[in-house]
Design a protein around this ligand. Structure first.
Ligand code: ADP
Ligand code: ZN
Length: 728
């Protein structure tokens, strides 16, 4: 038998299959130690064969590394699928297990116990078989006859270990080892006895019916999570397993609490914030079938479960489901593969589905399930628009409109809390007129142009067009054009000046550099130790502060101006989410949204919580401009630590792509350019952007992958992204 092995080295030169023989039986998916050149290296058996693939001498596998098969058949197939997307085979396999397993660092935790050997001794017989003056031995025997079993480490604290050893040698005491799982902490939540609403019942029945893919479109607080949990119960009843994905690590302890309360030990948490030991154990529990539900952010999609009955992606629109570091993948692609393989239910859930998902759903890819009412008839907070141009004309040049200040004052006087939100999505530079709000946009792509300071140009990163920058507003003639963005720190200072007796805290990337600071800030605010929380995207999600009745959104417009065809969608999602923080308890909430473009259609839809109209408007715009889902944008990011090499490779790649797509219909544009972020982590960045009409997408993308997979330039890496979330 020949064993096909992928060695655990991430390097394009060795990313291929090597043949080995073995003196002992192995199965595909086993991790092994193999001789490789002069070294011994870990590897994965991915396949077997009757005959070797070439005429060379074969070495023997040295050792099988685990007493279980680390990679299931399904995951081997998944790696095969993923590697066609410009990923190294070994990088895919590595995703499927905790790194500590690979380096043999983490082992299962065994706790040692000492117990009295009741089968062969009773207390008289035991005491008779030791010396009269051995008082310590005497005491230990008396104690263990009573307690029966104790942790060895506890006994060692009370008695000399040599004494215990003597008693073990005499067979009076026995040592037992018990495997113990290290379990991550979660919020203590009590399971509620919930009587489902009719909407929830209908949703569950629909999901458990004949169809397989669903989009649960439900407003915040409509009871989606309860639906997911009931579906998982059904799946478990059938003897199957489930995967539950949530967007942010910070949201997992809460969700874990809810799930633990319902499912207990059947839930395993999968994420990078765990200790090495916890991570290993949580993974192992799933692999051996001790747990049946994998819960976690995107990486949990690789949970080592077999026989998966349901895959749930909560907040499916969230950007965190796209991996933006190597290996790059889109969670939805993996989820679809696994759902297909297992014939499982695939359930996407969101209050604000992504436009592309909704489009697929309307096309028939997903069955849409709508939950449009909050549980208990609670209403969504009212959103008021404030025209900042008018404020400016009235002489108010501060960050805050008069109305927001009054509202803040009232809220704080009532002893309630407020949140001030600053939009910081895609913090690129764009130019904006301080008078009329005008921002220069690309005439062909209808997205805001980036301002490049190095040559004072305005550029479109979709089509590559370049324009001279402007210094006067072409609409109103104003000479005060500014590069727009406000800092959280400035806002806090200003608020501290106005409300000098109040406590104001901020949360943004700078203030949360350590893991704990994040939780600390949230706890502080939750306990009422602060009155106003100022923050960026980070305060938008999931948090449930009972006493917040006012949310102020400063400068809501930024994400409308960032260069991103999804800007409208982002704005809709973000503001809906932020607004959802207000009035979650008994007291009703209020949202004030400051804008320079109060008539921007998206804001109207947001105010009315009218997703369908937002969608209809947006999909029309995308169709007109041929943005996804009506096209596919492929971005090939070319990086090297040598600028010239990167530039050269980029040009070369672009010409190979052009050649490969020469006779391909439906190519809208192929453009090579420097990336917006010229250099990152000491790597110079260039890109080739291919824009393809939708009908031609599949075929063209295959051709592009073929070129990229064969593109081997020294010192150069190429990342392929399909419809990237950011072009920076
Ligand atoms: P979503 O995930 O849609 O935001 P959740 O499932 O978290 O909503 O539900 C919001 C709240 O309502 C939770 O506290 C949940 O326990 C509660 N809840 C859900 N379904 C019901 C129900 N049928 N009856 C009463 N309370 C419910
Ligand atoms: Zn353009």
């Amino acid at each position: 038998m020949i064993y096909k092995v992928i060695v655990d080295i991430s390097n394009s030169e060795v990313d291929r299959v090597f043949d080995y023989r073995s003196n002992f039986p192995l199965s595909p998916g086993d991790r092994v130690l193999v001789p490789f050149g002069k070294r011994k290296i870990e590897g994965y058996v991915i396949d077997t064969a009757e005959t070797p693939s070439g005429d060379f001498e074969l070495k023997n596998v040295i050792e099988k590394l685990d007493d279980f098969t680390a990679v299931t058949e399904e995951m081997l197939a998944l790696a095969n699928y993923m590697k066609t997307m410009n990923l190294r085979h070994v990088d895919c396999l590595r995703l499927f297990m905790p790194s500590s397993l690979r380096k043999g660092k983490a082992k299962l935790f065994k706790r040692k116990y000492i117990k009295f050997n009741f089968e062969e001794f009773d207390i008289e017989k035991a005491l008779a078989s030791i010396q009269k003056n051995a008082t310590s031995q005497h005491k230990i025997i008396e104690r263990l006859v009573k307690t029966e079993i104790e942790q060895e480490s506890d006994l060692n604290r009370m008695f000399a270990s040599s004494t215990i050893k003597t008693l073990i040698e005499k067979n009076i005491l026995i040592r037992v080892e018990e495997q113990e799982y290290r379990t991550p902490k979660c919020f203590d939540i009590e399971d509620k006895d919930i009587k489902l609403t009719q909407d929830q019942k209908d949703a569950i029945n629909c999901i458990m019916g004949p169809k397989n893919a669903f989009l649960v479109h439900g407003v915040t607080g409509s009871g989606k999570t309860e639906v997911y949990m009931r579906v998982i119960e059904e799946v478990l009843k059938k003897g199957q397993n489930a995967i539950m994905l949530v967007p942010e690590i910070s949201l997992t302890p809460q969700m874990l609490g809810v799930f633990r309360a319902r499912f207990g030990d059947l839930v395993s948490l999968q994420h990078s914030g765990l200790t090495v030991g916890e991570r290993y154990d949580e993974w192992y529990k799933l692999r051996v079938g001790f747990s049946k539900i994998a819960l976690g952010p995107r990486s949990a999609i690789f949970a080592p479960l077999e026989n998966v009955g349901a895959i749930i992606i909560d907040e499916e629109h969230d950007g965190s489901y796209v991996s933006d570091s190597n290996p790059r993948y889109q969670t939805i692609d993996i989820a679809k593969f696994r759902a297909n393989y297992n014939n499982a239910k695939l359930i996407l859930g969101s209050a604000t589905p992504s436009v592309e998902t909704y489009y697929s759903a309307l096309e028939g890819q997903y069955e849409i399930i709508t939950l449009d009412k909050r549980i208990n008839q609670k209403s969504l907070p009212e959103i008021e628009m404030i025209d900042m141009k008018r404020e400016m004309k009235a002489g108010n040049t501060s960050f805050f409109s008069a109305k927001l200040l009054t509202a803040l004052e009232e809220t704080l006087k009532e002893g309630e809390q407020a949140m001030i939100f600053l939009n910081r999505r895609g913090y690129s530079s764009f130019i904006r007129c301080s008078e009329c709000g005008f921002t220069p946009k690309c005439p062909s792509c209808d997205v805001a142009l980036y301002h490049h300071t190095e040559d004072n140009s305005l550029r479109c990163h979709y089509c590559g067009n370049k324009y001279k920058s402007i210094s006067v507003c072409p609409i109103c003639g104003n000479k005060h054009l500014r590069e727009g963005r406000i800092g959280t720190q400035k806002v806090v200072k200003e608020l501290e000046r106005i409300f000098s007796d109040k406590k104001i805290i901020r949360m943004d990337l700078d203030s949360t550099s350590t893991k704990d600071s994040y939780v600390n800030i949230l706890n502080m605010f939750n306990n009422g130790e602060a009155d106003i929380l100022v923050g960026t995207q980070m305060i938008a999600k999931g948090h449930d502060f009972k006493n917040v009745t006012l949310v102020g959104i400063l400068d809501a417009d930024i994400s409308i101006y960032v260069q991103d065809f999804r800007a409208n969608e982002r704005t809709y999602q973000l503001i809906t989410q932020v607004a959802g923080r207000a009035g979650r308890d008994v007291k009703p909430g209020r949202v004030l949204l400051q804008t320079y473009v109060p008539n921007y259609p998206v804001y109207g839809f947001i105010r009315n919580y009218d997703y369908e109209s937002f969608y209809t408007n947006e999909i029309r715009r995308r169709e007109g401009a041929k943005f996804p889902p009506f096209s596919t944008i492929v971005r090939l990011l070319v990086q090297s630590d040598d600028e010239q090499i990167a530039d050269g490779a980029n040009t070369k790649l672009a010409s190979q792509i052009r050649k490969a797509l020469e006779s391909q219909v439906g190519i809208i544009r192929i453009q090579e350019m420097r990336a917006q972020m010229r250099k990152r982590a000491d790597m110079y960045r260039f890109q080739v952007v291919v824009w393809i009409d939708r009908p031609a997408s599949t075929q063209a993308v295959e051709k592009i992958y073929e070129v990229v997979n064969n593109f081997n330039e020294k010192k150069v890496t190429v990342f392929t992204e399909i419809n990237p979330l950011q072009m920076s």
